[in-house]
Design a protein around this ligand. Structure first.
Ligand code: ATP
Ligand code: MG
Length: 598
C-alpha cells in the first residue's frame, strides 16, 4: 500500500487514544484548562461513569469569539508564547486536549471573555465541527462532553464498570483539588453532589491542611506532621502522616510538582527510605508533598497525558524529599496516631463490633469475659507506685503527683499482666506495651551509637557457645567482622557452632542463643553473600528485639517511669520496630463519655 497523508480527523482520533484514555482523562483535561484560565471555582458534573455526560464549568478568563473557534483546532494553544518548551508554567501546553475529545465524543464549549458583551459556542461531534454561534452563558467557560467514545466503539469495550469509572473521576478531581487549595470545587455524580470544597485563602498552611483533611480524611489532619525543606532552588512543603497511620496501598501518596499532581516512582522510593522501618511491611503511610522546582529543572513533556515528568537532577529531589520527611518524623518523637485511641474507644463502647479477641459476638452489656477486674488488681498489678524523681514518695496513693502527670506520657500507675504499663496524665489514661516500647528505644540507641562510631561491647565472663546448623555457622562466621562493629564478637567453633565472646553493652545479657539464630536467618534473607551493612536496620532491629524487656517481665515503679521518660525523649518511639504502636492514649473526656458522664 502506498503511503498517504492521514486526514486531520483520523490524526485527532489517534491522538485522542493517548490523551483520552477513559472518562477521568476528559475530566482531568477540562479541569486543567479551567485552572490555567485562572478560575476561582470549578464545578464538575458526570453521569453514566462519565460516558454519558461530563460537564465542567468555571469562572475563569473565558475566550473571545476567535479563541472559541481556535480552541477546538489541533495544535492551537494560548499557553506557549515563544518556542521554549523548558519554561512551562501552565498545566496544558500541547494544544491537543479539546480537539482530541471532540474527535471521539460530542463536545460543546460555551465561553465569554471577561468583560465581553457576547458569548460564543463551538461544538464538535466525532471530529465534525459545527458553525460558531452565540451562547447564553454569563461568564467563564462551560464545556460539555456527551457520548464519550461513541466515535471509537473499540475503546468503549475497555471501559470498566460505571462505578469504577466514576471512582476514577472522583480521584482525578480530588488530586487536582488537593493541588489547588485556593480554588473551590464541586463534584456532582448524576444528581448528587458528592464533593463540595470551599476555596482556602492563599498561603496559609493551616488552610491547606483543612483541604487535605477533606480529601484524605480527618484522621490524616490529626496525625499530620508538617514538612519543610529546601535546597538549591528546590523546595518541598506539605504534610506527612505519622507512621502508625498506614494504609494497605500507596493511593494516599500525593506528590504535587509546581501545582501539577504527578505519579512518580521517585516519591515511592523516598517514602520507603524515609519511613523505612517505621511502617509495617506491606503497609503505606499517608502524605501530601508539594514540590516547587524551577521550571527548567523539570521536563513535563514526556507523556501525552502529562501525568509523569522527568527531573533534571532526580537524585537531588529524592534526597530533599527524604531529608524533609525524616526531619518531620524525627520531630514527632513519641507521638503515635490519634486514631488508635478512637478505634480502641469504639471497641470498648461497642464490644460486639470489633474483632476483639476473647469477646463474644453480640453486645453483652452485663458480662465481662476477660479476666475479672479483681484478678487484675490482685495479681497483675502492683501496689500503688511512687513516681520517678521522688523516690521517697511512697505515700503516693492519691497524693500530689503533679510533676510526672505533666509529662506527655504521664506517671506510671500500675503494670498489667506484666506486659502493659498503665500511666496517667493530666487528661488521659495511657497504656504502654512495654516490650514494643523498649524494643524501639534500644533500636534507636543502637542506631545512634552505631552512627557515632560503633557500639561499645561487653565481655562475657564465660563465652557462650551456640550450636547452629552448618549454613548458619558459615554465614555468621563470614559476617564476623561486620558484626564486631556492631558490638558482637563471634567466631566459628567447629563446623556447627559459634562462640560468642562479647555482646553490645546496650543489649545486656538477653537471650544470646535466640539472637544468633535470628541474625543467621536475617543474613540468609539477602541474596548471595550478604553484607551486614546492607541490612543494617534489620540486623540492629533483630538485636533490639532480643535486648528488650520482654512481655511478662515485672517492672518496678522507677523502671516504668524511666521507660516512659525515655520514650518521650526518643525519636520514632510511637511505634515498635515492626510498626505496631507502642502505646495508646485514652482521653479522660472520652472515658467519661463511655460511662455516660458527659
Ligand atoms: N476553560 C477554559 N477557559 C479559557 N480558555 C480555555 C479553556 N479551555 C481551553 N481554553 C483555551 O483553549 C486552548 C486549547 O485548549 P486545549 O486543552 O485543547 O489545549 P491546551 O490547554 O493549550 O494544551 P493541552 O493539550 O496540553 O491541554 C487553550 O490553550 C486555552 O487558550
Ligand atoms: Mg488543556
Amino acid at each position: 500500500m502506498a503511503i498517504r497523508q492521514l486526514p486531520p480527523n483520523l490524526i485527532n482520533r489517534i491522538a485522542a487514544g493517548e490523551v483520552v484514555e477513559r472518562p477521568a482523562s476528559v475530566v482531568k483535561e477540562l479541569i486543567e484548562n479551567a485552572i490555567d484560565a485562572g478560575a476561582s471555582r470549578i464545578d464538575v458534573v458526570a453521569s453514566g461513569g462519565g460516558l454519558a455526560l461530563i460537564r465542567v464549568t468555571d469562572d475563569g478568563c473565558g475566550m473571545d469569539r476567535r479563541d472559541v473557534a481556535l480552541a477546538v483546532e489541533r495544535h492551537a494553544t494560548s499557553k506557549l508564547s515563544g518556542d521554549n518548551l523548558s519554561e512551562i508554567l501552565t498545566l496544558g501546553f500541547r494544544g491537543e486536549a479539546l480537539p482530541s475529545i471532540g474527535a471521539v465524543a460530542r463536545l460543546t464549549m460555551q465561553s465569554r471573555a471577561r468583560g465581553a458583551d457576547a458569548a460564543y459556542e463551538a461544538s464538535v461531534e466525532g471530529g465534525r465541527k459545527a458553525e460558531l454561534k452565540p451562547a447564553p452563558i454569563g461568564a467563564g467557560t462551560r464545556v460539555e462532553v456527551r457520548d464519550l467514545f461513541y466515535a471509537t466503539p473499540a475503546r468503549l469495550k475497555f471501559m470498566k464498570s460505571e462505578r469504577a469509572e466514576t471512582m476514577a473521576i472522583a480521584d482525578v478531581v480530588k488530586r487536582l483539588a488537593l493541588a489547588q487549595a485556593e480554588i473551590a470545587f464541586s463534584l456532582t455524580i448524576g444528581d448528587r453532589t458528592t464533593l463540595r470544597l470551599e476555596a482556602c485563602p492563599p498561603g496559609l498552611l493551616d488552610h491547606r491542611l483543612a483541604r487535605l483533611g477533606r480529601i484524605m480524611g480527618e484522621d490524616f489532619v490529626a496525625d499530620a506532621l508538617p514538612v519543610h525543606a529546601a535546597r538549591g532552588g528546590i523546595a518541598v512543603e506539605g504534610f506527612a502522616g505519622l507512621p502508625t497511620l498506614h494504609r494497605p496501598n500507596s493511593s494516599q501518596h500525593y506528590l504535587i510538582v509546581n501545582g501539577r499532581p504527578v505519579r512518580d516512582k521517585l516519591l515511592a522510593g523516598a517514602v520507603r527510605a524515609a519511613y523505612g522501618d517505621l511502617v509495617p511491611n506491606g503497609r503505606h503511610p499517608m502524605l501530601a508533598l508539594f514540590l516547587t522546582v524551577p521550571p527548567d529543572e523539570v521536563d513535563v513533556n514526556v507523556h501525552p497525558a502529562k501525568t509523569e515528568l522527568r527531573f533534571r537532577d532526580a537524585q537531588a529531589v529524592r534526597s530533599l524529599l527524604i531529608a524533609g520527611l525524616r526531619e518531620a518524623l524525627g520531630q514527632a518523637g513519641h507521638r503515635a496516631t490519634a486514631s488508635l485511641s478512637k478505634v480502641a474507644l469504639a471497641r470498648i463502647a461497642r464490644p460486639g463490633n470489633g474483632p476483639m479477641p476473647g469477646q463474644g459476638l453480640g453486645p453483652r452489656p452485663h458480662s465481662w469475659n476477660g479476666p475479672s477486674p479483681r484478678a487484675i488488681f490482685a495479681e497483675g498489678a502492683q501496689a500503688p507506685l511512687a513516681h520517678v524523681g521522688s523516690p521517697s514518695a511512697d505515700n503516693y496513693a492519691g497524693g500530689d503527683d503533679s510533676a510526672a502527670v505533666d509529662y506527655p506520657l504521664g506517671a506510671a500507675r500500675a503494670q498489667l499482666n506484666d506486659t502493659f504499663i498503665i500511666a496517667e496524665t493530666e487528661d488521659a489514661l495511657v497504656i504502654v506495651d512495654q516490650h514494643a516500647a523498649h524494643e524501639r528505644l534500644i533500636y534507636e540507641r543502637l542506631k545512634q551509637a552505631f552512627a557515632n562510631g560503633g557500639l561499645s561491647r561487653q565481655l562475657l565472663l564465660i563465652p557462650e557457645v551456640v550450636e547452629l546448623d552448618a549454613e548458619s555457622t558459615e554465614r555468621l562466621g563470614a559476617a564476623a567482622q561486620d558484626l564486631e562493629r556492631l558490638g558482637l564478637v563471634v567466631e566459628p567453633f567447629g563446623a556447627a557452632a559459634i562462640i560468642v565472646r562479647e555482646v553490645p553493652a546496650l543489649l545486656g545479657q538477653g537471650n544470646i542463643k535466640g539472637l544468633l539464630r535470628d541474625l543467621a536467618d536475617e543474613l540468609a534473607e539477602g541474596e548471595g553473600g550478604l553484607v551486614v551493612s546492607e541490612r543494617l536496620d534489620h540486623v540492629l532491629s533483630t538485636m533490639a528485639c532480643h535486648g528488650s524487656v520482654r512481655a511478662g517481665h515485672r517492672l518496678n515503679a522507677a523502671e516504668m517511669n524511666a521507660l516512659l521518660r525515655d520514650m518521650e525523649g526518643t525519636p520514632f518511639s510511637g511505634q515498635c520496630n515492626h510498626g505496631r504502636p507502642t502505646y495508646v492514649e485514652l482521653k479522660l473526656a472520652d472515658i467519661e463519655k463511655l460511662f455516660q458522664r458527659r
